[in-house]
Design a protein around this ligand. Structure first.
Ligand code: ATP
Ligand code: MG
Length: 565
């Protein structure tokens, strides 16, 4: 999908070697297996780019598989959002949209086969008893008293489990492996539980549900997957993955683990993100502060920026936290090329140009994108009453403040030089309410014919022509860099940033933005990149999300690897 030369990594080395040896007939077939129990986040984007990217680079295929074997938390709305997000990121699964829940019959047959081979048994221990008898890392487990049931008895009981003869939790089907295996997952793991729970796709057809370990590898096998790529926490599950496939003697994909993405100052766990949504800490899964794909999209991120980020971070075998600054810098690089420049004043201060004729309006030419002359120019109206940014004026400027101050001359971008002559204040509060300035008609377009220089160029809008806008400024959702790594049980929400959202209701934007389409992105000159909110924006009453600020020298350092984590 891109012309880039793929970066070498250990997964590619494994695949190259498999192809060289003719394993799986040289095929490459991957899958992205989300569970539809939440919206996708930037960590999933890493997995999507990796799985679909490898398939594309090796001329193979990648399936979209919903790993939907847990009826309690799964919903069709999540399926829809996942499809939308994968599509938006730029990947296609064609007709290969699969559901593990469609394999329930097949998985049941596999289990019957395992029983017939004497490698699985029905166990009457409760969940608590199973967990106690499993033993510990230093102590072996105990064999279940039901471990030596005959094949016939197991077949009969397992069928009756499926037919709903036994109450929830009263029996499980377990693999017969080794209760003193050093890997606890190999100590007769549970394959099926009895759970009378309605499944969002299968309804009440089933009352026994397979565990992740039992469903995942067999689903990979059914689909003819060659390389089953997952995150590091599944490394300890690999012996079990292999054991099931070997015991069944069916197509055997190779599981390969890579480090999951962690991002600074946010959390990447569906469970935690769901909690933020449910408890109202954010406005929804697509809140622009969320690290979800839908949140990033609403914030103004482009799929190109996210894909480029995933390329740059690459894949590794060791977990680490990637700095948010890197993601933001990938976005700046993309938006710098494509976002039209416009003028907007976030916190307006009125400027009266006292020597400019009262009813005169001039249409001045402004460049849409200095990075891309092909994007052309537009006209911006100039008149006697203007707004500039409140921050761009100081009555008593300190040494390094070069912007507007009493008696000082500056340039208004694409317009004129103006000089501040008088500061008007509210007599009651002392607040500055207006600046009286003069302009030099000879400087039209922003250059002085006598070569005289000014130290600042400010953005502005014409008061009579400007559109009122709401602007939402965002900061990171969490104050703590490693907010996602908080210990289990600790209060991870204590690190939420109380200042992650600031709403400005009195902003003024240039008239060309009156009917900007929802989702479109702009650079507000000198301020950053902004995107028209796709939910709350109305024609003539736009709402803008600040996507990212303009420059962040720290991001450059992160990118060049010269920072110290
Ligand atoms: P979460 O930890 O957010 O609950 P999950 O692993 O339970 O995520 P799944 O829907 O099972 O979510 O994930 C689908 C795929 O995405 C899996 O292959 C998983 O390994 C991968 N994935 C999930 N989180 C990350 C991450 N942070 N970085 C890379 N890959 C991830
Ligand atoms: Mg999972």
């Amino acid at each position: 999908m891109s012309s880039r030369e793929p970066k070498k990594n250990f997964i590619r080395e494994i695949i190259d070697e498999d192809i060289r040896r003719g394993k799986h007939g040289g095929r490459v077939h991957t899958r992205f297996p989300p569970e539809p129990n939440g919206f996708l986040h930037i960590g999933h984007a890493k997995s999507i780019c990796l799985n679909f990217g490898l398939a594309a680079d090796y001329g193979g295929l990648c399936n979209l598989r919903f790993d939907d074997t847990n009826p309690e938390t799964e919903e069709i709305a999540y399926v829809e959002s996942i499809k939308e997000d994968v599509c938006w990121l730029g990947f296609e699964w064609e007709d290969r949209e699969y559901y593990a829940s469609d394999y329930f019959e097949k998985l049941y047959e596999f289990a019957v086969d395992l029983i017939k081979k004497g490698k699985a048994y029905v166990c009457d221990l409760s969940a608590e008893e199973v967990s106690v008898q499993r033993g510990t890392l230093t102590e072996p487990g105990k064999d279940s008293p039901y471990r030596n049931r005959s094949v016939e008895e197991n077949l009969d009981l397992f069928r009756r489990m499926k037919e709903g003869e036994f109450p929830d939790g009263s029996k499980t089907l377990r693999a017969k492996i080794d209760m003193s295996h050093p890997n606890l997952l190999m100590r007769d793991p549970v394959l099926y539980r009895i759970r009378r729970e309605r499944h969002y796709r299968r309804g009440d057809a089933w009352c026994i549900y397979p565990t992740y370990d039992w469903a995942h590898g067999q689903s990979d096998s059914i689909e003819g997957i060659t390389h089953s790529i997952c995150t590091l926490e599944f490394e300890v599950h690999r012996p079990l993955y292999d054991w099931f496939l070997d015991a069944l003697g069916i197509h055997h994909p190779q599981q390969i683990e890579f480090a999951r993405l962690s991002l600074s100052n946010t959390v990447l766990s569906k469970r935690k993100l769901l909690e933020l949504v449910r408890e109202g800490y954010v406005s929804g899964w697509d809140d622009p502060r969320m690290p979800t794909i839908s949140g990033l999209r609403r914030r103004g991120y482009t799929p190109e920026a996210i894909r480029n980020f995933c390329d740059i971070i690459g894949v590794a075998k060791a977990n680490s936290i990637v700095d948010m600054a890197l993601l933001e810098d990938c976005l700046r690089e993309d938006l710098n090329k494509r976002a039209p420049r416009v003028m907007a004043v976030l916190r307006p201060l009125k400027v009266m140009v006292i020597n400019y004729p009262e009813h005169k309006v001039e249409e001045l030419e402004a460049i849409n994108n200095p990075e891309d002359p092909g994007m052309g120019t537009r006209k911006v109206p100039f008149s006697r009453v203007l707004y500039i940014e409140r921050d761009d004026f100081m009555e008593e400027p300190p040494k390094k403040f070069y912007r507007l101050a009493p008696g000082r001359e500056i340039r208004l971008r694409y317009a004129y030089f103006i000089t501040c002559r008088e500061v008007i204040k509210d007599p009651a509060t002392g607040e500055i309410t207006e600046l009286r300035c003069t302009y030099d008609p000879a400087t039209r377009g922003g250059d002085a014919p006598d070569g005289r220089r000014v130290k600042a160029t400010l953005h502005w809008v014409s008061a009579a022509h400007a559109i009122d806008a709401e602007v939402r400024l965002y900061d990171t959702l969490f104050t703590k860099r490693d907010a996602g790594e908080v210990e289990e049980g600790a209060d991870w929400k204590a690190n939420l940033n109380p200042k992650s959202l600031e709403i400005l209701r009195g902003s003024k934007v240039e008239p060309s933005l009156a009917d900007a389409t929802p989702g479109s992105r702009f650079q507000f000159e000198r301020l950053g990149y902004f995107c028209v909110d796709s939910r709350d924006s109305k024609p003539g009453k736009p709402v803008f999300n600040r996507t990212v600020t303009l420059h962040d020298p720290w991001a450059k350092l992160v990118r060049s690897g010269r920072h110290n984590q």
